[in-house]
Design a protein around this ligand. Sequence first.
Ligand SMILES: [Zn+2]
Length: 281
Amino acid sequence: MDTCSPVGEMEFVKGFVGLCDVGWRMGWHERNGGNLSYRLTEEEAEGVRLGSDAEGSPWEPLGVAAPSLAGSLLLVTGSGRYLKNASAAPERELGIVELSPEGDAWRLVWGFAEGGRPTSELPSHVLNLSVRSEATGGACRVLYHAHPSHLVAMTALVPLTDRDVTLRLWRAMTECVIACPRGLGVVPWAVPGSAELAEASSELFRTYDAVVWAQHGLFASGDGFDEALGLVHAVEKAAEIYCLARSMNAGSEDFPNTIDDDGLRAIAHRYDLPLNEALLD
Ligand SMILES: [Zn+2]
């Protein structure tokens, strides 16, 4: 990495705004809907700190504590900002926050050039990045929250359990179990930005790579931007196919053709996937 580049031109910022652009074009970010965070590598953080004068500025409390992320730098979307604008002016639309030595407070080290704050879901992002990072031996760096229509529509109809939602998606489209062999966690409807939603999600992220928020959207994790985006895309496509099939079947879930448990196990065997057997019949 070229540490002399302006921060806005660094590769990880390009990857970040690239995801924002694709998510916007997919129709997953009406108004200021959705948010994204990325945990910088040590090398990237070093490059950012070189050009920053944040040392000595005050810490703002997070409301949660993630000691395992103490001192980390996170690139995040802004509160009230539209993801569609991120690529045009990353230094205005995005910010990099540093977490305190206790992991319970933040301060801005780059971005929000014309004023602004990190997404109101920052506590959720910090907590969940910490859980996913621990669950993946440090590999997970991205958390992405989107509002994909078919998945949200599905939560109006199906029982809101991990098993009920996951099995319907796995059975709808072959690629889905390949994208998320551990399945999906499901949180019944809760107020956005609430501690209740953040804590329920972080509990589920110990097991799952992604968590569905009923009547709201999806929170997906990934080692990189492609993995997080691809996970949302695969889940949403499976949900779309489920909704289409159900509509064509007069609303009935009694489908003549589907992928049964043996089929799901055969896919997992063929591609050496960590299939979550607890979710099968
Ligand atoms: Zn949302």
